[in-house]
Design a binder for this molecule. Structure first.
Ligand code: HEC
Ligand code: HEC
Length: 255
């Protein structure tokens, strides 16, 4: 017990005893990987994949994390989420999350994408992906910035994004179409809308804000502006392109 005294600076001895008991309880190997797996399956697998191989969220089975090194840091990432990303704050009880952390630690079979990043980079240029995507400040704005895409998305998601863009389109990239009061047709990426107005970005990247009164044929389509490259790429070329995208990470974040 004496060694645990430094863990907290309790105000009363009663509280001290409770804290020490709590600390002692956490020190016990009571982590339940199976239970963590159940929580993981229902709350995390939709984005991170059943086996942690990733999808819309990054792979969690590599044994390395961008946002965390220690279990405590992992715990914080999972309970707070990552602001500005799709990683939600989950607010579970801490002990439940510890099981999830234990489960994550139990997964680590990482197979890096098998393609060749250098050939993938050449393909990216040849197919003019930069028409719509930026990497390190270069390129268009119609699609998401890909500068660090390898950090937040797993290879399986990157592959699907290229071959089947309509499968998983975020709201920010939905298409809005309508005719204005003069009957002219408009189309663009839905940036925002409320009852009275709609904001959208047209194909030339210009932003528009339009009052909804007087518009006709107003519709929002959850399809991607990105063409499918499925029929243009051989399986080996697709591997190369995925390997290139997966390699796009913040400096010093190789894995
Ligand atoms: C709606 C999709 C979504 C859900 C649900 C979700 N995540 Fe995430 N998660 C993400 C995304 C996207 C990121 C990457 C954020 C970034 O760095 O850009 C992420 C990042 C993480 C990271 C950091 C990875 C790293 O390399 O540092 C961890 C750990 C994590 N999630 C664990 C979980 C756990 C555990 C759950 C379930 C309790 C969960 N996530 C639920 C989308 C999700
Ligand atoms: C005409 C514009 C356009 C072109 C050309 C284009 N994309 Fe996209 N791309 C988009 C848009 C818009 C989205 C977001 C909607 C979606 O998920 O499909 C997107 C999404 C993506 C995503 C998913 C990003 C994420 O955050 O999940 C990847 C990866 C991607 N594109 C790669 C490519 C590659 C590689 C090429 C070239 C082979 C390419 N794109 C060509 C418009 C384009």
């Amino acid at each position: 017990m004496a060694t645990a005294t430094s863990i907290a600076s309790p105000r009363t001895s009663g509280a001290a005893t409770l804290l020490l008991l709590a600390a002692a309880a956490y020190a016990q190997p009571t982590l339940n990987i199976k239970e963590g797996g159940l929580t993981y399956r229902s709350h995390c697998a939709p984005c991170h994949g059943l086996e942690g191989a990733g999808g819309r969220g990054p792979a969690l089975n590599t044994g390395r994390f961008h946002h965390a090194t220690t279990d405590e840091e992992l715990l914080r990432v999972i309970s707070n989420g990552i602001p500005g990303t799709e990683m939600p704050g989950q607010f579970y009880e801490e002990d439940k999350l510890r099981h999830v952390v234990a489960y994550l630690r139990s997964l680590s079979s990482h197979t890096p994408p098998k393609g060749d990043p250098a050939r993938g980079k050449a393909l990216y240029a040849k197919l003019a992906c930069s028409q719509c995507h930026r990497i390190a400040g270069q390129g268009g704005r119609l699609g998401p910035d890909l500068t660090e895409i390898g950090r937040s998305r797993a290879p399986a998601h990157l592959r699907a994004a290229i071959t089947d863009p309509d499968a998983d389109v975020r709201q920010r990239y939905w298409t809005v179409r309508f005719n204005d009061a003069q009957g002219r047709q408009h189309e663009g990426l839905l940036m925002n809308e409320d009852t009275y107005s709609v904001q959208f970005m047209d194909i030339t990247e210009r932003l528009h804000s339009v009052s909804k009164s007087g518009l006709s044929n107003y519709r929002v389509e959850k399809v991607s502006k990105m063409p499918s490259y499925k029929s243009q790429l051989s399986p080996a070329e697709l591997d190369d392109l995925v390997a290139y995208l997966a390699s796009l990470r913040p400096q010093g974040d190789a894995r």
